[in-house]
Design a protein around this ligand. Structure first.
Ligand SMILES: Cc1cc2nc3c(=O)[nH]c(=O)nc-3n(C[C@H](O)[C@H](O)[C@H](O)COP(=O)(O)OP(=O)(O)OC[C@H]3O[C@@H](n4cnc5c(N)ncnc54)[C@H](O)[C@@H]3O)c2cc1C
Ligand SMILES: NC(=O)c1ccc[n+]([C@@H]2O[C@H](COP(=O)([O-])OP(=O)(O)OC[C@H]3O[C@@H](n4cnc5c(N)ncnc54)[C@H](O)[C@@H]3O)[C@@H](O)[C@H]2O)c1
Length: 476
């Protein structure tokens, strides 16, 4: 049995962990799928490369409001798809080849699972017998996978060929005429924007009454209304079955009154969340604790319940975001180097205080901190302000009527408690607010202690901050 100093399972954020400081160690990299993981191959990168053309495709509406007559002549889905994967696929295969050539890293292509606390068995692709390796230390970077649809009819081969997850939907051989999207979260919303902008007739089926329900209510309500102008929305519906129909699939649903509906489309996208891949690792064989939702349990240093096993990213973090996986990777990297080579003063900890996210729909959405409904439920006193884009100069220029920045703070307008933005450039506008929260910058200092470029869209953030200050001062 081959022995390694370090065994890493998962080549997404796990691959970034290995740098020249690990040159003296014998490392095994175990990867069951496409090299480079979710973000590169089927996640953040390709989706956002699909979003940008979609943003252009919907821009005639915004241009028309300010007197520019743009006409969309069409969207070349095949060219977009081939350009995107023509760039991504070589990065993935090149990354794998580069690792395979490395003197100190052995790449195992196959699914690994524990058989003992320091022994892993790998079903290596193309090999008749599984391989066993042992390790001094392990890093679990095994990510998550799409939840599959589990209703009657889904295993019918004609249906199965037309039911996709985010892993396959971006590689469709041609743009479908119609698509049903199941779910109302990040993936459902981003692909609803993409495919409806490209010209597909999109129907979203969601079990609750609003999309993006975990966002602040203000944002979720606005988004649900705005996107309903571009896609068919079927809310409060539970999927009960799927059937093959001529040229497509029928999705059968039931509403809260028990009334049944049937919707047909050429293809179906299942976007019902992602489950951690911890189960594939058979963590019980190594004595690794897993929580009730299937996530590997880690302490603040990203160490699992087994001192020689560390975890990072989607396999242990319910936020399921790449910037979180990257952050945790750096923590594990520093802690491994500390333990193995004595680098640094001690173990470092992850900082999960203010994790932002952005949803690349049209309009964009970005958020950090707590929502108003969370503060209310917790009984935390707060101030809230909603600043319309249309009330600042750049928003006037855009003739904006729909978008806003919502800020929440303590009652003295001292510190921000949450920031939520819906509208153009939201993913960029949120960053100074993330910075303020992370470094404890007070609202008054932030609003008045710096210049805000006039007439940039950042004035919508400045005015929102001033709105909180004014409320606090009025209440004194
Ligand atoms: C469609 C989509 C869009 C997204 N967009 C964004 C975005 O815009 N911004 C953002 O922050 N996040 C986004 N995410 C989330 C982001 O992609 C993930 O949070 C991130 O990639 C997780 O990284 P990771 O290293 O934990 O896991 P991964 O990158 O998933 O890597 C895990 C790897 O482990 C392998 N593996 C699993 N089990 C085993 C095993 N037993 N043996 C061997 N190998 C195994 C898997 O094949 C995989 O390659 C998106 C996700 C999806 C699906
Ligand atoms: N821009 C980004 O950062 C980005 C983009 C895409 C994905 N992601 C990550 O990927 C993760 C997965 O995305 P997602 O959209 O699949 O998950 P999600 O958790 O955002 O949304 C899941 C949706 O499915 C619904 N749902 C779940 N189970 C259901 C059931 N049994 N019946 C009916 N509806 C059900 C939920 O109500 C929700 O609307 C996200 O949590 C996010 O962290 C991030």
């Amino acid at each position: 049995m081959e022995h390694f100093d370090l065994v890493i399972i998962g080549s997404g954020s796990g691959n970034s962990l290995i740098d020249e400081r690990f040159d003296g160690l014998r490392i095994a990299m175990v990867e069951r799928g496409v090299y480079g993981g979710t973000c590169l191959n089927v996640g953040c990168i390709p989706t956002k490369m699909f979003v940008l053309p979609a943003d252009y495709a919907v821009s005639p509406a915004a241009a028309g409001r300010i007197g520019v007559d743009l006409q969309l002549e069409g969207v070349d889905f095949d060219a977009i798809r081939d350009r995107i994967f023509g760039r991504i696929d070589p990065i993935s295969s090149g990354g794998k080849q580069w690792r395979e050539k490395s003197d100190n890293v052995t790449v195992f292509t196959g699914t690994g699972h524990f058989v003992e606390r320091d022994v892993m068995e790998i079903a290596v692709q193309g090999e008749a017998e599984p391989v066993r390796i042992s390790g001094d230390r392990f890093v679990l970077a095994a990510g998550s996978r799409a939840t599959l649809l589990d209703v009657p009819g889904v295993n019918d081969p004609e249906v199965a060929a037309r039911v996709h997850t985010s892993d396959s939907i971006m590689r469709l051989p041609a743009l479908p005429a119609s698509m049903i999207i199941l779910g109302g979260g990040y993936i459902a919303s981003e692909f609803a924007h993409v495919f409806s902008a490209y010209g597909t007739r999109v129907t979203m089926i969601n079990r609750s009454e609003r999309l993006l329900r975990r966002e602040d209510d203000e944002i979720s309500e606005r988004f649900t209304k705005i996107i309903s102008e571009r896609v068919g929305l079927k809310l409060n519906q539970q999927v009960t079955g799927v059937n093959p129909v001529d040229g497509g699939v029928e999705v059968v649903t039931k509403d809260p009154n028990g009334i049944e509906y049937g919707y047909e489309a050429e293809v179906v996208l299942v976007a019902l969340g992602r489950v951690p891949n911890a189960d594939l690792l058979q963590p019980e064989a190594a004595g690794i604790e897993v929580d009730s939702n299937g996530y590997v349990v880690v302490d603040e240093h990203q160490r699992t319940s087994q001192p020689h096993i560390w975890a990072l990213g989607d396999v242990c973090s319910p936020s399921q975001l790449k910037h979180v996986a990257n952050h945790e990777m750096r923590v594990v990297q520093a802690n491994l180097l500390h333990e193995i080579t004595g680098t640094g003063d001690g173990l470092v900890s992850s900082d999960h205080r203010f994790v932002p996210h952005a949803i690349f729909t049209d309009p964009q959405i970005a958020s950090v901190g707590r929502t108003e409904q969370e503060l209310r439920a917790a009984g935390t006193p707060y101030l809230a302000t909603v600043q319309a884009y249309g009330d600042v100069a750049y928003g006037w220029a855009m003739e904006d009527t729909e978008h806003c920045v919502k800020l929440l703070s303590d009652p003295e307008a001292g510190q921000l408690l949450g920031a939520h933005i819906i509208g153009p450039q939201a993913s960029t506008l949120i960053q100074p607010l993330v910075q303020a929260m992370s470094f404890g910058l007070g609202i008054r200092e932030m609003a008045r202690g710096q210049y805000w470029i006039h007439p940039a869209l950042t004035e919508v953030v400045e005015n929102a901050l001033l709105g909180l200050v004014e409320q606090a001062d009025t209440a004194r």
